[in-house]
Design a protein around this ligand. Structure first.
Ligand SMILES: Nc1nc2c(ncn2[C@@H]2O[C@H](COP(=O)(O)OP(=O)(O)OP(=O)(O)O)[C@@H](O)[C@H]2O)c(=O)[nH]1
Ligand SMILES: [Mg+2]
Length: 267
């Protein structure tokens, strides 16, 4: 299944220190796509744990191409670089840590026959998240609400921040994408040209091995990304409006509390 001329789908996997997860992931992809001519593109940022080396070893047995980049350039740019070298028009992006079940790859691929964009979604019936803290749920909810308020185009999708999705490569112009941090799908949804989009449910599992790279830095990056994207696409006034409304609400709340404390203290 290594004939690049007839590749039906390219699976792009960004990796950073995913040595323990990669072999299991590749086997599960291989089982899921038994009857499909696929290629896997591992985009690794020179992982200190040698994920890139392991991927090269695995490429002797599986149809894997490894793109090893110098320095940690980030998840979104890794995805873009992977899509850029994909041999197939149909591309699926997924994480390496087994939180995205490879068993639904055939479903995504089938949906790509009649759609330009297929989002594996945690927020449609049948989808969900496993073992998330209340804080992470709140952050995810807040991030989605922010995206919906600023970018009308993404409202058609229930999970616009998913890292698991398939698309037709010709529907995006890579040179126009300017993502930051983790949420490449947001950039793609806002700047891509998709006539037909569909979501397929999946359960976002707990990480099996290795450490998460999602942290407070990525929350900050997300906010900067949203502001930048809104400026690029003419939606910055919505951020200003949101900020103004937030300030008015805050002032009203403070005044209310001052009046209330005056009443309680009988002043
Ligand atoms: N090439 C590359 N890959 C990255 C980078 N940061 C993260 N990744 C990969 O991107 C995928 C998503 O990263 P995770 O740390 O799992 O992020 P997450 O799934 O949002 O967070 P968790 O639920 O905590 O795992 C994984 O396959 C990572 O190995 C990076 O800087 N460069
Ligand atoms: Mg993860």
């Amino acid at each position: 299944m290594n004939d690049t001329h007839a590749t039906n789908v390219s699976i792009v996997i960004p990796t950073y220190n995913e040595r323990e997860n990669l072999p299991l992931l590749i086997r599960r992809i291989s089982n899921a796509l038994k009857d499909v001519n696929y290629e896997i593109i591992v985009v690794d940022d020179n992982s200190p744990d040698g994920t890139w080396r392991l991927a090269e070893e695995l490429s002797k047995e599986f149809p894997i191409r490894v793109l090893r980049r110098e320095g940690k350039k980030g998840l979104s740019s890794a995805v873009m670089d992977g899509i850029a070298i994909a041999n197939s028009e149909k591309v699926i992006v997924m994480d390496a840590d087994l939180q995205h079940p490879p068993e639904i790859l055939p479903l995504i691929l089938k949906a790509l026959e009649n759609n330009d964009l297929v989002v594996a979604s945690r927020y449609v019936p049948g989808g969900g998240v496993e073992n998330w803290s209340a804080f992470r749920k709140l952050v995810s909810f807040g991030a989605r609400v922010l995206a919906y308020m600023i970018f009308p185009k993404v409202r058609k999708v229930k999970d616009p921040l998913s890292g698991f999705f398939g698309l037709k490569k010709s529907r995006i112009s890579l040179s126009k994408l300017n993502p930051l941090g983790f949420k490449i799908l947001l950039e793609i949804l806002v700047k891509g040209k998709f006539d037909k989009t569909v979501e397929v449910p999946y359960i976002f599992h707990g990480r099996l091995h290795g450490k998460s790279k999602m942290g407070s830095k990525e929350i900050k990056n997300y906010i900067i990304h949203v502001i930048r994207l809104s400026r690029e696409t003419g939606g910055f006034w919505r951020i200003l409006l949101l900020f103004t409304l937030g300030a008015i609400l805050l002032i009203a709340l403070v005044l209310y509390l001052i009046v209330l404390s005056g009443i309680i203290l009988g002043i």
